[in-house]
Design a protein around this ligand. Structure first.
Ligand code: NAD
Ligand code: LMR
Length: 336
């Protein structure tokens, strides 16, 4: 065992995190030679409230982590203090925030959740390791990432990202099912823009068995009229069926995203991540926008440039850019 990685996770007693912790601790993500220290943040206990609270639940989660007896898990710290949770963190997975309930859109969450990310951005800047990679999962994740990044002076833009990998995975599976091929045969999926119902799951640049997806699936009406809205609204569809927002698949998407950062992207593929724009594809600099990205396995990514979009795709791209512009405007006061 040569290396140690400190992984801070917020919202540590929540549903998404519950699906992630064992996988982070087990060696699946960082490998069998790396020792993991989990630094878990939850909200403080409210002494005026009866019954189980997040901190109590978190203690139970830690008992379960102990009972897994992972050789790669060196230590688990639980705290309600962001400064302690982010201390020396090499990865910070910001899951903690309030999930969308039935009938709510992500925009409804901006007010509730935006403020959390001001404080966490400042605490990250004060305490995280220089090489920290921050991944924002809590919704609305693009704009929460924007808020945290703008409040974390000194942590470079390249070290921030937000989760569009769940949408990416959803889109791959949907195309694979339609084409009657294994999921792995679908590559070069891109989720453009916002993790919301304006995102554009781009079937035009995707490949199936190395050929354009539109050659394997020639039903353009299905691609435009069924596939795109299905992926855009998949989160809401899961909420309707489960009564609560996706957790297992969100945890899996987050694990895939982190694995994507610590493992180089295969030459013939790319991953979807929302990252701080440098102006690629005409997006305003500084906006947290979903792009196709390639990673080097050392936590660094580059946006895949030079892709073209047809008129349909351009319309969708513009719609998601417009939504993110509005979201950015509505959190202007929080941008430090
Ligand atoms: P949950 O309610 O089960 O858990 C959220 C946890 O966050 C709670 O335990 C809560 O106490 C904690 N929390 C709230 N504020 C906090 C703070 N300031 N610091 C630390 N912890 C805090 O919700 P969940 O189902 O686990 O979802 C978590 C978030 O992930 C939600 O915002 C949800 O919308 C989002 N999500 C994102 C994606 C995606 O693809 N980006 C997918 C699914 C869920
Ligand atoms: C999802 O995509 O499943 C989550 O972001 C939950 C939601 O609010 O849609």
């Amino acid at each position: 065992m040569t290396k140690t990685v400190r992984v801070a996770v917020t919202g540590a007693a929540g549903q998404v995190t519950y699906g992630m912790l064992a996988r982070l601790a087990s060696g699946e993500v960082f490998g069998p030679e790396t020792q993991v220290i989990l630094q878990l943040l939850e909200i403080p206990k409210d002494p005026s409230r009866q019954g189980l609270q997040a901190m109590d639940i978190l203690e139970g989660v830690v008992m379960e982590l102990d009972d897994c007896s992972f050789p790669t898990l060196k230590d688990v710290v639980i705290t309600d203090d962001p400064m302690k949770a982010f201390d020396g963190a090499n990865f910070a997975l910001l899951v903690g925030s309030f999930p969308r309930k039935q009938g709510m859109e992500r925009k409804d969450l901006l007010d509730i959740n935006g403020k959390i990310f001001v404080g966490q951005g400042k605490a990250l800047a004060a305490r995280a390791a220089k090489d920290v990679r921050v991944v924002v999962v809590g919704n609305p994740c693009n704009t929460n990432c924007l808020v945290a990044y703008n409040n974390a002076k000194g942590i470079p833009a390249e070290q921030w990202s937000a989760l569009t990998r769940l949408d990416h995975n959803r889109a791959r599976t949907a195309l694979a099912k339609k084409a009657g091929v294994p999921n792995a045969d679908v590559t070069r999926m891109t989720i453009w823009g916002n993790h919301s119902n304006t995102q554009y799951p781009d079937f035009t640049n995707a490949k199936i068995n190395g050929k354009p997806a539109t050659e394997a699936i020639t039903d353009r009406a299905w691609l435009e009229g069924t596939f795109v809205p299905m992926i855009q609204k998949r989160g809401a569809a899961v909420i309707e069926k489960r009564g609560s927002s996706s957790a297992m698949s969100a945890a899996n998407g987050t694990i895939d995203h982190v694995k994507g950062l610590v493992t180089a992207t295969p030459a013939d593929d790319w991953v979807s991540m929302a990252v701080v724009s440098k102006g690629e594809y005409g997006v305003p600099v500084g906006m947290v926008f979903g792009y196709p990205c390639k990673t080097d396995g050392k936590g660094n990514y580059t946006v895949v440039e030079g892709l073209s979009l047809d008129a349909f795709g351009k319309g969708k791209f513009d719609a998601t850019l417009k939504e993110l512009t509005e979201e950015r405007e509505s959190v202007k006061a929080l941008l430090g």
